[in-house]
Design a protein around this ligand. Structure first.
Ligand code: PBG
Length: 332
């Protein structure tokens, strides 16, 4: 055997045992960092499994309440509610109706949990419009930015009246954060916080979500969501939202955009969230189903990657399960 020079520096020393690795881990995921997105569907009596997202359901109002209680029990950071209405129309009227499914679900969640768990809601028209776009359309069929803003203002008021703690404007209309902030303040809802979906990209990885909310979209959202080629623009969007009063900003999707997450984390001084979206979830679930990947290890590695890239908050369909895994995971 040839003589080799013996290394003086041995990074492997600190990797030798689980306890040493735990001691020097640079980042960790805690249950409090995780937010569970939930779908609440109008007019059903049993939870409906979502085929494209194995393990995720569309909740009834009752099962949603139970899931919110369970989320609090698991010690996660919050829930993010999405509504799936029975009827849709061009203006997405269900979004602003106090008896619309999302506003009822907010009130249910708050009745269940009070202030013990932040109740957040998606503030966007796409689940409520029959054309499936995040805003209303003008005479030529284009998404009309400013006409949409007026509806977001109304939707924000309705969600705040229902008791929401945090609204999540996700429609990528210019100026949406300022309009939502003003609408909340005018209605004496100064305490309601804004989690702005700031850098939201037009992504193929939203695919499985479209079934979750029974989306009626044809075509794409490329005139309002961002081009996946652009990172600086994501930072610009985040800075604009902070200027307009965002309390937290978000980067979405997550794993394919960790560079944008890092850049936004360095550019702003508010908490940064990242959304571990449906496609990221379903790819792992599908591969695990086939025995191609270690499901639990892949879940924890994904969540750790978000933290390493700078996320303060992570929205994930695995939130509750991960919170449980985390309490026993350090020995791995
Ligand atoms: C739009 C919205 C979308 C998601 C959250 N909010 C879909 C879209 O923009 O098409 C996607 C979430 C996911 O894929 O998990 N209101």
């Amino acid at each position: 055997m040839t003589e080799v020079e013996r290394p003086v520096v041995r990074p492997r020393r600190l990797r030798a045992t689980p306890a040493l690795r735990r001691l020097v881990a640079e980042t960790s995921v805690e249950p409090r960092h995780l937010v569970l997105p939930m779908f609440v569907r109008e007019g059903i009596t049993e939870p409906v499994p979502i085929g494209s997202m194995p393990g995720v359901v569309q909740h009834t109002r009752d099962s949603a309440r139970r899931a919110v209680a369970e989320a609090a029990q698991a010690g996660i950071g919050g829930v993010m509610l999405f509504g799936v209405p029975e009827r849709k129309d061009p203006l997405g009227s269900g979004a602003c109706d106090p008896n619309g499914i999302l506003n009822l679900a907010i009130a249910d969640a708050v009745a269940e949990i009070g202030d013990a768990l932040p109740v957040m809601a998606d503030l966007c028209l796409d689940e409520f419009t029959d054309h499936g776009h995040c805003g209303v359309l003008d005479a030529r069929g284009r998404v009309d930015n400013d006409a949409t803003l007026a509806l977001y203002a109304e939707m924000a008021r309705a969600q705040a009246d229902a008791g929401v703690h945090v609204v999540g404007p996700s429609g990528m209309m210019d100026g949406q954060v300022a309009v939502v902030r003003a609408a909340l303040d005018d209605a004496s809802h100064e305490d309601v916080a804004i989690l702005a979906y700031s850098a939201k990209y037009a992504s193929a990885f939203y695919g499985p979500f479209r079934e979750a909310v029974a989306s009626s979209l044809e075509g794409d959202r490329r005139t309002y969501q961002q081009d996946p080629a652009n990172a600086l623009e994501g930072v610009r969007e985040a800075l604009l939202d902070v200027e307009q009063g965002a309390d937290l900003v978000m980067v979405k999707p997550g794993l394919p955009y960790l560079d944008v997450l890092r850049a936004v984390r360095e550019a702003v001084d508010v908490p940064v969230a990242a959304y571990n979206i449906s496609g990221e979830y379903s790819m792992v679930e599908a591969a695990a189903e086939r025995g191609w990947i270690d499901r639990e290890a892949a879940i924890l590695e994904s969540l750790t990657a978000f933290r390493r890239a700078g996320a303060d908050v992570i929205l994930s369909y695995w939130a509750v399960e991960a919170a449980r895994l985390l309490s026993s995971s350090w020995r791995r």
